[in-house]
Design a protein. Structure first.
Length: 152
């Protein structure tokens, strides 16, 4: 066999469902918006692809190479998982971290009325703490399996 696997029926159904939902979304956009709005959406989507492929992917590849050299093998999994979690949460938090809502209506004091940067720092600290606990547990488990020192 040449290494090509047949696609199962579940994957075909999910692929067809995804294509149908995408087509419906495109139809809604085209039928309910002005052509200028459709063009803006296309430029935004194309820009997102370019930012991801050119900037984000390149930065993550370089970070992966650097971390592979600096982080011990036992901690690479937890560090990668922590990076995914913290990176995702940071992307979601960009609007509040940047204070973009305050610029929308400066007279509305209820918009972004907290210290979101401090909250993000606490969250980042918790992610790092969990990362350290998991890495330590992996290290202890591997040492125990190898017959090394047993933890007290």
């Amino acid at each position: 066999m040449s290494g090509v696997r047949a696609v199962g029926p579940g994957r075909l159904v999910l692929g067809a469902l995804g294509a149908a939902v995408t087509a419906y979304g495109a139809w809604l956009l085209w039928s309910r918006r002005e052509p200028a709005d459709v063009l803006d959406a296309a430029v935004w989507a194309g820009g997102a692809v370019l930012v991801h492929d050119v900037l984000l992917a390149a930065v993550l590849v370089v970070a992966g190479f650097v971390l592979a050299r600096l982080v011990p093998r036992v901690a690479r999994g937890p560090v990668a998982a922590g990076g995914v979690v913290l990176g995702s949460l940071t992307l979601v938090a960009v609007p509040v971290l940047g204070g973009f809502g305050r610029r929308t209506d400066p007279t509305n004091e209820t918009l972004l009325d907290r210290d979101y940067v401090a909250g993000w720092l606490v969250l980042a600290g918790l992610v790092v703490l969990v990362l350290l606990v998991v890495a330590a547990r992996v290290l202890v488990t591997r040492r125990t399996r190898r017959g090394g020192d047993t933890p007290a």
